[in-house]
Design a protein around this ligand. Structure first.
Ligand code: SF4
Length: 305
């Protein structure tokens, strides 16, 4: 799935995304193209040299405000940089994300931010101006240490710096939560991560999707995503789903009362195709890993052809 829309030769800054409920439609605000953090598992087709979508702040502001006029309703929630990291490697220099948040804050518009960067703490003054139910700051983790994270995201800010940023945000009263995505067997040390997060926050889990088990690798949308390259063994989506359910049943159960946890559904061909895995949840003990996988087998794309 391509995140950005083209209109003629121009990318839109605000991309109409999808309706989740009668009063909620998430739209992406994209100040940048490509993402210099270049995580191996990235599913937004974004790895590359980060560049601003407009060459100067004044022209970016003009375009953004013109597009914003089409999104007056409060049913819109603005996902700031859905296709790149909100605080990517050039945000400190260019400042487009900060300006977008300033503008959304001034208008009291709902927004969410997802990032791996401690630069997010720069904007605490803006977050503190919003009611907690009008915005969300999401810090994403795949592992707790640089050593583990280097296997999948060597150019992203270290997990240690993210952990410090998370606590700084939490202590400042910011509505901060965690996205454990992608959850990767053998790399995501769930137990240790949960032991380090501030208690009581929301934590969302989502398992890694193997591009080479689905169609994308065939149509070149995820050409570099072959999990066996970095996970140390030939995993299949079925094995990942089994391990993920097992993790929910054990570690998820251990910390269930400490966090507002949301374990999104394991990946199936159906949820992969319509993205409904984002909406389906599981609780510890709900599924037997072996039984669930035998009832929802993912047959790799190459075997379905
Ligand atoms: S930080 Fe996010 S957008 Fe950037 S490469 Fe990693 S997964 Fe993709």
């Amino acid at each position: 799935m391509k995140i950005l829309d083209r209109t003629g030769d121009q990318y839109k800054i605000i991309k109409h995304e999808r309706d989740y409920a009668e009063n909620l439609c998430i739209v992406g605000v994209e100040p940048y193209e490509k993402c210099g953090f270049r995580c191996f598992y990235c599913i937004t087709d974004s790895q590359g040299k980060t560049r601003p979508i407009e060459p100067d702040l004044a022209s970016f502001q003009k375009r953004f405000l013109a597009e914003l006029a089409d999104f007056e309703s409060d049913r819109y929630l603005f996902g700031v940089s859905l296709a790149t990291d909100s605080y990517n490697d050039i945000e400190e220099e260019w400042g487009y994300t900060r300006w977008v948040i300033e503008e959304l804050t001034r208008r009291n518009r709902r927004y969410s931010i997802t990032t791996k960067s401690p630069l997010v703490t720069r904007d605490i003054d803006l977050f503190q101006q919003m009611a907690p139910d009008r915005y969300k700051v999401i810090i994403s983790f795949t592992a707790s240490t640089t050593e583990l994270a280097n296997a999948v995201e060597p150019q992203a800010p270290s997990p240690e710096s993210r952990m410090e940023a998370l606590h700084t945000l939490h202590n400042a009263g910011v509505n901060a939560c965690v996205l454990m995505a992608p959850w990767i067997p053998g790399i995501t040390d769930t137990d240790r991560l949960l032991s380090l997060f501030p208690k009581g926050i929301a934590v969302f889990f989502q398992p890694v999707e193997l591009g080479d088990d689905f169609e994308e690798v065939l149509d070149q949308q995820r050409p570099h995503f072959s999990a066996s390259l970095f996970m140390g063994k030939e995993w299949t989506q079925n094995e990942i789903n089994r391990a993920y359910i097992r993790e929910c049943n054990t570690v998820g159960k251990k910390y269930w009362k400490d966090f507002n946890m949301e374990w999104r559904h394991p990946i199936t061909l159906e949820t992969h195709a319509d993205r409904s895995g984002y909406l389906k949840k599981m609780r510890p003990g709900r599924y037997d890993p072996d039984q669930w996988v035998s009832e929802h087998p993912v047959i790799p794309a190459r075997e379905r052809r």
